[in-house]
Write a protein that binds this ligand. Structure first.
Ligand code: CO8
Length: 257
């Protein structure tokens, strides 16, 4: 499948999905959202892919937000549909992906762009990254999951401050707040994401999928503990568990599926 605003490269079980609309700082217009939805389906369904890295083309932006110019034609109903579709087809799909999704953030990650990174399981940022949710400067609020995911990741008080002030945070500040997992120099961003992906790929993808399901329920501990117990138990009947434990006993590296 070929895309206009996305590039996908797959190598050694790692897929790098690049949002490629640099003339608009990779802003998420409706075509890009549709392509993201299809691209994610493709990668999540591809047994040759174990980890997905999402990044933005060029060194100026990861994604500078939803496409503001497309907002001009929206009314209440159209905006609701846009929000619901985006949540379901892109943001929830990333969060619930059984394969780890890493955001490699270079430059601006604003509004819907930061929300995209927040939906990812892990965030790496280059030193030049600038992150924020400036929706209130447009008379809006974050609409692609930012009110919930930012609060879950950095805490309610800090999320309130970020959203009310619309401040842009440097990569270093974002790291201090727990918004990003690691900061690296720009030229090492993709390489660092790939190295992290390699480590993940060496582990059991069956087990990691179960871990994602349980961790995603961390704000609902009753359900989360139940999911953890079920997931833990179900793994005892898998090739990866048998292989992992046998490899330990035989003092060799496991050969996971
Ligand atoms: N939408 C559309 N076009 C954009 C966007 C955007 N979000 N961001 C940048 N662009 C375009 C600019 O219009 C410009 O295009 P052109 O050359 O045709 O004028 C080009 O990208 C380059 O941008 P600038 O010239 O502005 O570059 P600067 O370096 O001067 O500034 C900034 C960079 C600070 C990032 C600036 O571009 C900016 O402020 N962009 C908008 C940031 C923003 O407010 N983002 C949040 C948007 S709202 C949102 O994301 C809501 C998410 C929830 C949606 C839910 C839907 C239901």
């Amino acid at each position: 499948m070929s895309f206009e605003n996305l590039n996908i490269e797959i190598e050694n079980q790692l897929a790098v999905l690049t949002i490629n609309r640099p003339s608009a700082l990779n802003a998420l217009n409706s075509l890009t959202m549709q392509e993201l939805s299809h691209g994610l389906d493709m990668l999540i369904g591809d047994s040759k892919v174990k980890v997905i890295v999402i990044t933005g083309a060029g060194d100026k932006a990861f994604v500078a937000g939803a496409d503001i110019k497309e907002f001009l034609d929206l009314d209440i109903e159209k905006a609701r549909i846009l929000g619901e579709t985006g949540h379901k087809n892109v943001f929830d799909k990333i969060e619930n992906s059984p394969k780890p999704v890493i955001a490699a953030i270079g430059g601006f990650a604003l509004g819907g762009g930061l929300e995209l990174a927040l939906a990812c399981h892990i965030r790496l940022a280059s030193e030049n990254a600038k992150m924020g949710l400036p929706e209130v400067t447009l008379g809006l609020i974050p609409g692609y999951g930012g009110t919930q995911r930012l609060a879950n990741i950095i805490g309610k008080g800090r999320a309130m401050q970020a959203i009310f002030t619309a401040e842009f945070y440097s990569a270093q500040r974002a790291y201090e707040m727990g918004l990003v997992n690691q900061v690296v120099s720009g030229d090492l961003l993709l390489e660092t994401a790939k190295k992290m992906a390699e480590k993940i790929i060496g582990n059991s993808s069956t087990a990691i999928a179960k871990a994602i399901e349980a961790i995603n329920l961390c704000n609902q501990p009753e359900k989360g503990f139940k999911k953890e117990i079920e997931g833990f138990a179900s793994l005892f009947d898998t090739h990866d568990f048998k292989e992992g434990t046998l490899a330990f006993v035989e003092k060799r590296k496991p050969n996971f599926t």
